[in-house]
Design a binder for this molecule. Structure first.
Ligand code: MRU
Length: 363
């Protein structure tokens, strides 16, 4: 994507054991590039959410392995790198997927070949992510085009999205937002309702920032507004991302997604999920019971951070001193509430049969 005329991915190697990322904790106020040079820095970047979003977490972990092997390419070094990175965040399955792919390739190689092979494989994972998301964009844009055809001529298609599943959550393009960008490029009139997505405000801070830079019409709304908009015919379709989708089509995504899916179901609004295949967990069938849900620091709920009128970044508390808080990061939307999964191979029903129709090699 382009920021002020320059093309960016969210992660890129700079050579000599340096991997650059965009520090997402500083957006939308500052655009800052951070350089990672070792395992601990890579693990910190994922854990502290300098990089975030399931596909980008996977790519960052792959580059983290490559950085780690520069310091220690032994079997022990490889295992330590994979274990350290795997422990950073529990929910997005792309992390495990990328580490298993790296370990599977690297473990049989002699130590002397591991660094080069790891760097090449991390780059391949990043490039594949871009192509997967580009394809999701084209398949999803067809859905937006169909929605436009059902509307009065000239009226924009109103898409509601939750959290940030745009290019910042991936290496480029995004998952849920890839169809939005593709439709926008195709000249389809559209407008995006952006859920603010408390507690970390990925919608208000990141999705709005992306869409603004791309020139896509959008409006930020408080998290609880979506149901009201749907009751009044102001949402044509919802498209969200996912951090892990089961083999049966249950969709785990940022906390609050489930409530939007319920409201969409009640109002007959199509509810789609941008799903790259590395986000499918083929090993599980029951998302509610089997997907580990990340619980994060309660201060993300009890505090708010933003920029003051005179340009300072400030954090303020919004709860009474001593009130307990709970901070669940994700929830699971059962497959029955999902209209379709937009994958790189096409759109399918949210079911085992639907997924196997597109990915028969997993049967
Ligand atoms: O906690 P985060 O910011 O890493 O959460 C990930 C997300 O941005 C969303 O859940 C997203 O919709 C799925 S990742 C494309």
């Amino acid at each position: 994507m382009r920021i002020d005329g320059a093309a960016y991915r969210t992660i890129w190697p700079e050579g000599d054991g340096v991997v650059a990322i965009i520090d997402q904790t500083r957006l939308p106020h500052d655009f800052a590039v951070v350089r990672l040079t070792g395992l601990e820095e890579a693990a910190h970047a994922i854990r502290a959410m300098l990089v975030r979003g399931a596909p980008l977490i996977g790519a960052a972990a792959a580059y983290g392995v490559a950085l780690a092997l520069r310091a220690d390419a032994s079997d022990r070094g490889l295992e330590r790198a994979c274990a350290t990175l795997l422990a950073t965040r529990p929910t997005a399955v792309n992390l495990r997927w990328a580490l298993e792919r790296m370990r599977g390739l690297l473990a049989p190689l002699p130590e002397a070949q591991r660094v080069g092979a790891a760097e090449a494989e991390a780059a391949a994972i990043a490039d594949e992510d871009v192509e997967i998301n580009r394809a999701i964009g084209l398949h999803g844009a067809a859905l937006i085009r169909a929605a436009a055809a059902r509307k009065a001529p000239g009226g924009p298609v109103n898409v509601l999205t939750h959290c940030n599943a745009g290019w910042l959550a991936t290496v480029d393009w995004g998952t849920a937002l890839a169809p939005v960008y593709a439709a926008f490029e195709q000249g389809i009139p559209l407008h995006v309702w952006v859920d603010e997505t408390r507690p970390r405000n990925q919608g208000a801070s990141l999705t709005a920032w992306e869409l603004k830079h791309h020139g896509v019409p959008h409006t930020v709304i408080a998290d609880n507004v979506g149901g009201h908009l749907m009751q009044h015919g102001k949402v044509d379709l919802c498209i969200v991302g996912t951090d892990r989708t089961t083999a049966t089509g249950d969709v785990c995504n940022k906390i609050g997604t489930y409530l939007k899916a319920l409201a969409a179901h009640d109002n007959g609004v199509p509810f789609y999920v941008g799903l790259p295949s590395p986000t499918i967990d083929w090993t599980i069938a029951d998302g509610v019971r089997e997907i580990p849900i990340e619980e994060r620091d309660g201060r993300e709920v009890s505090e708010l951070t933003g920029r003051t009128a005179d340009g300072r970044i400030e954090t303020v508390r919004v709860t009474p001193d001593g009130s307990p808080v709970a901070n669940y990061g994700f929830d699971v939307t059962p497959a029955r509430l999902v209209t379709g999964l937009i994958t790189e191979r096409g759109v399918c029903p949210a079911s085992r049969e639907g997924l196997l129709g597109l990915f028969p090699e997993r049967g």
